[in-house]
Design a protein around this ligand. Structure first.
Ligand code: ZN
Length: 161
């Protein structure tokens, strides 16, 4: 089922998600809806708060079809950082060049409850960071400098006129 995507400034996007303790049929349904919605909306990633759910689950697409991860956490990051352009389905039309670590290690579970350790770099590392941020109520506009955020506000005001 394709779900409605919550757009900024919906308050649900600022909330922290709960850990998933048990993979119930309801969670499997949520995983299916999350990945279907991501694919149909042409996203490279989608996190539960973006469809109004406060559970730690994300869908990710890094070139080999949609995948779903439960309770993902970033356990280490490379010192080396890089800029990459990011978009977000909760901010239609907004693309920001954001600096983040180039490599990350993610600990997570799959839908069978198996623990996984994923070493991601480049685009995959980027998507994991963006989506795990969502689970902690952090948005990509929180990852740019304050003055850049003010400039965005200014542009928006000009466009609103
Ligand atoms: Zn996003």
């Amino acid at each position: 089922m394709i779900l409605e995507i919550k757009k900024y400034p919906d308050g649900v996007l600022k909330k922290r998600c709960r850990e998933i303790k048990k993979i119930t049929p309801e969670i499997i349904k949520l995983a299916a809806d999350l990945s279907e919605t991501m694919v149909k909306k042409d996203g490279a990633g989608l996190a539960a708060p973006q469809i109004g759910r406060l559970e730690k689950i994300i869908a990710v697409e890094v070139g080999n079809g949609p995948q779903v991860f439960i309770n993902p956490i970033i356990v280490s990051k490379s010192r080396e950082k890089e800029f990459m352009e990011e978009g977000c389905l909760s901010f239609p039309g907004l693309f920001l060049n954001i600096k983040r670590p180039r490599k990350v290690t993610v600990e997570t579970f799959d839908l069978d409850g198996n623990k996984l350790k994923i070493e991601a770099q480049g685009l995959a590392a980027r998507i994991f960071q963006h989506e795990t941020d969502h689970l902690n109520g952090i948005l990509f506009i929180n990852r740019i400098p304050f003055w850049q955020r003010l400039k965005l506000k200014l542009d928006k005001k000009k466009n609103d006129k």
